[in-house]
Design a protein around this ligand. Sequence first.
Ligand SMILES: NC(=O)c1ccc[n+]([C@@H]2O[C@H](COP(=O)([O-])OP(=O)(O)OC[C@H]3O[C@@H](n4cnc5c(N)ncnc54)[C@H](OP(=O)(O)O)[C@@H]3O)[C@@H](O)[C@H]2O)c1
Length: 405
Amino acid sequence: MIQMAVLGFGTVGGGVVEVIDRNQDVIRKTVPQGIYVKYILDLRDFPGNPYNDRVTHDYQDILDDGEIEVICETMGGREPAYTFTRKALERGISVCTSNKELVAAHGPELLEIAKAHNCSYLFEASVGGGIPLIRPINACLTQEDITAVFGILNGTTNYILTRMEKSGLSFENALREAQEKGYAERNPAADVEGHDACRKIAILSSLISGKTVRYEDIPCEGISRVTTVDFGYARSINRAIKLLGVSRKLENGKLSVRTAPFLVREDHPLHSVQDVFNGVFVHGNMVDDLMFYGRGAGKFPTASAVVSDVMECARNIGRNIGCNWSGEILSIADPKEESYRYFVRVGKEEEREAGELLHADFMVHYEGAPADERAFVTAVMTEREYEEAVKSLSSVKQCIRLLQD
Ligand SMILES: NC(=O)c1ccc[n+]([C@@H]2O[C@H](COP(=O)([O-])OP(=O)(O)OC[C@H]3O[C@@H](n4cnc5c(N)ncnc54)[C@H](OP(=O)(O)O)[C@@H]3O)[C@@H](O)[C@H]2O)c1
């Protein structure tokens, strides 16, 4: 049997152990020797849990065992996840992870270490939860020049936006509901401020470029300023507001990358991606558009993706599963040169001036819009032009980009 260990017996780690147990017969069709979780590392004990006898609190037990061939790192965070991963790879033990924070920060370095020690560092679950996305990009689309990847990468914010859109909940109430359902963490900043989606689009951008796109370089806006009024206007122009990670190759070869709320037309497939689901578009120069859809988080969907990586490692013991992602930093396109049409809300008193400065294309109305403001969609303009124009306006209440049609 392939012996493995799970680091962190939380939502995902617990799911990994259960998936391996419950689907052992299915797993053996691909990995005939079977897979056995020998150790579970956690800070706590789990009295009454059937797996409690496998729990250890000392990572050294796992490293020194000699039989462990694969480790799942499902602890999350930078440390000690980074040190533990490094030590495992240096001993030739493959590591599979759902930890996007670590992958975004240290991916290429850990991939290099894995390569040098004939083992693998796999991270399917770090983007899109249960959706197979990274392996398709790395294995099925290597013949393609992938020119764009974009989509809904964070289930928590998509749930909040869906509740605001469908039930008219305020952002605060939708967030509270997401927390009560266990979709949002008590400190929701990483999700609602867009950082989680930003890390994921950084990982995807790195994979399609083969270099490192630093998430710190990516302009990142969250959804905490989106209101039910915005949804009222959005509905009247047949659009919904979605938090997207967007990465596109420009004609000059540069990659333009951004995380922000966008107005998405109702005939766009991403419009119908609701609740905690994720939807990701990949555009290849030959295959054209591909769309990946499914549960972007949750115990079993995420664990399923981690286990798919474990099986891949089990089939490649002693070999490195390559990944085209080098540590060379990619300088992304100047975000100020990106062009969009913008949905803008301004105070009624600045209607005329704002309309002229921002090249208003058409006004947006809806029953129930605040009487003291006006809303319109601008002509296409660059971020730089937009920022220059709004400098002389004092009543801009909202600005949301339209997803290019
Ligand atoms: N949950 C999802 O749906 C999902 C989806 C995709 C990706 N992810 C990613 O997967 C990772 C794990 O997420 P999760 O939701 O499973 O988190 P979680 O439920 O908080 O589980 C983490 C577990 O690791 C344990 N742990 C933390 N530090 C440890 C240490 N130093 N040594 C040993 N154990 C330690 C925690 O113990 P304590 O509870 O005692 O602190 C907890 O049991 C994160 O990177 C997350 O972003 C999660």
